[in-house]
Each structure stands twice: as C-alpha cells, then as structure tokens.
Design a protein around this ligand. Structure first.
Ligand code: PLP
Length: 280
C-alpha cells in the first residue's frame, strides 16, 4: 500500500511522524473516512466539507477543497482497491517540545491511506445493540481523532455481546460509537438532530435525502430511550456499514427481529445510488 504523508507518497513502513506531533501527544487533530466504490469516491464533496469544518473548529489553517480532491484521486490511483475506505488525518502539526499551547507557528501533519471495504448489495442481517450512557465530550460534531470515549463504549458494548452501543445523555438518544441511529414509527423516520452531541454522518445526510425522495416523512428531533420500546424498526448508518438493521436493543426485540420494510426500502435506495455512481 502507498500512503500520503506531508507531500510524499511512501510505504507505511517508511512513514515517520515526530513524537512531538500534537496529534500523537494531545489528539489535537481531525479525520475523515470516505467510501470508494469501483474506484470512485462516494459523496466526496460532503466529506471534504465536513473535514474543512472539523479542521476549522480546532484552528487548523484552511486548506483548499481542490487539494483534497487531488489527494483522494491520486491515493485511489496509486493503490489497488476497487472498493475501499480512504482515511485522511490532519493534525495541528509537530512542535519542538511538548507544550499545551504551540510554541511556534506549525504546519499541519497530513496523512492519508486506503484500506479495503466490503460493499453491501443485500441488506445485512440485523444486529444487537446495547444502550449505554454517553460519556464523551460536548463537541461530538467535530470529527476528532480523540476517540477514547468512543473506544471505551465500543468495548463495553462488545462485552455485552452487542455490535454497537446506542448512546444517550440523561435519557436523550445521541448516536453510536461510530454510527448514527434511525427509528421508524408508524411509517415515519426519526433521528436525533445534528447538534453538538452527535457527528452529522454523511450517510445520515444521504439517508435523510433518500427517505424524502421516497416520500417518507423525516423528523430530526430529540428522542428518549424510553421511546425505543414503542418503535417498529431501528437501523444504524455509517460510511463502512451503510444501512445496518438493528434487531435487538438490550433484551428488547425490535419488531419481529427481522429487517423492517422501511429499512429495506431505504437500504435498496442506498444500493441504487451506489450503482448509479459506478455507472456514471
Ligand atoms: N458518528 C460517529 C461518532 C462516527 O464516528 C461516525 C463515523 O465513523 C458516524 C457517526 C457516521 O458518519 P458517516 O456516515 O459520515 O461515516
């Protein structure tokens, strides 16, 4: 595999980053993950806009969208994945010592690589999720490389035999450790609003658009965990999982435990949009 590091195209073995990099010391950085289908990036503009928003939020100097588009194109060209995930990481940069505030003007450390992706063409088998208290910080809208909270929650969910946690703050549903949630009730689609408590997923944005085009009413509004007992369908979304049905929440079986009709309809529309990209 060929990776990108600060202007160089090298193997991962040859890639070296300073121990004084603020990403390494303080997790002072942001990242992005972009799915690639048949060598074409999916919803690239939305991912680059989010990367720019995240970078701006932590004070990294603005980098032109064209720089990112060229970087992604070249990364796909230089690697052999037909279907993959592009990973981009951007940290505040490497200093000459460990200091909470940078001691001098720094230029960002930019790293990008590619890995393989299993593309779904059929709706996957429903998974179990575990309701857990969201212990993360209050700026989950930034796609920060500081993922300690997410990882601790993911481990706790795994211990409970769950695929993902379903997080809440004082009863209010937020998201998963690395995905967003959707519920279906009486034919309507519900998802928590894109505020500072969640990462506004690109898959989430796309699913909302697809649902609207299918004439499904979408409500972006706060939901309580108690309401989960009365929903007909639940699914989660992310760039790598696409549309993933949820069949069980703790001990509660959702619907009849199978993929619901509206989830299947949205998943099918999602597959169609991938086919459209590939055939363009
Ligand atoms: N929420 C969190 C915390 C995430 O880490 C992710 C992606 O990894 C998502 C939501 C889903 O975002 P996207 O659909 O852009 O992959």
């Amino acid at each position: 595999d060929i990776i990108y590091l600060n202007g160089d195209w090298i193997t991962s073995e040859d890639a070296k980053v300073s121990v004084f990099d603020r990403g390494f010391l303080f997790a002072d950085g942001v990242y992005e993950v972009i799915p690639v289908y048949q060598r074409r990036p999916f919803l690239l503009e939305l991912h680059i806009q989010r990367l720019q928003r995240s970078a701006e939020a932590i004070g990294i100097t603005f980098i032109e969208a064209n720089y990112w588009y060229q970087l992604v194109d070249e990364l796909i060209d230089r690697n052999n994945y037909d279907n993959g995930l592009v990973y981009i990481q951007l940290t505040f940069g490497a200093d000459s010592q460990r200091s909470h505030l940078p001691t001098q003007p720094l230029s960002p450390t930019i790293y990008a690589s590619m890995s393989s992706l299993h593309v779904h063409w059929d709706t996957p088998i429903p998974v179990k999720v575990a309701v857990l208290e969201d212990i993360r910080w209050q700026r989950c809208d930034i796609k920060s490389i500081s993922l300690l909270g997410n990882i601790m929650l993911k481990r706790e969910a795994a211990k409970l035999g769950a695929f993902e946690p379903l997080l809440h703050r004082h009863g209010r549903i937020t998201e998963g450790a690395s995905c967003n949630y959707f519920m279906v009730k009486n034919g309507h689609l519900y998802t928590p609003p894109a505020d500072h408590l969640i990462l506004a997923g690109i898959t989430r944005t796309w699913v909302i658009q697809l649902a609207k085009s299918l004439a499904i009413e979408v409500h972006e509004e706060p939901m309580n965990v108690n309401e989960l007992q009365h929903v007909d369908e639940v699914f989660l979304t992310s760039s790598s999982r696409e549309v993933q049905p949820v069949g069980q929440i703790d001990d509660i079986i959702v619907g009849n435990g199978q993929c619901g009709a509206i989830t299947a309809q949205i998943a099918e529309a999602f597959h169609a949009s991938k086919r459209h990209l590939i055939q363009e």
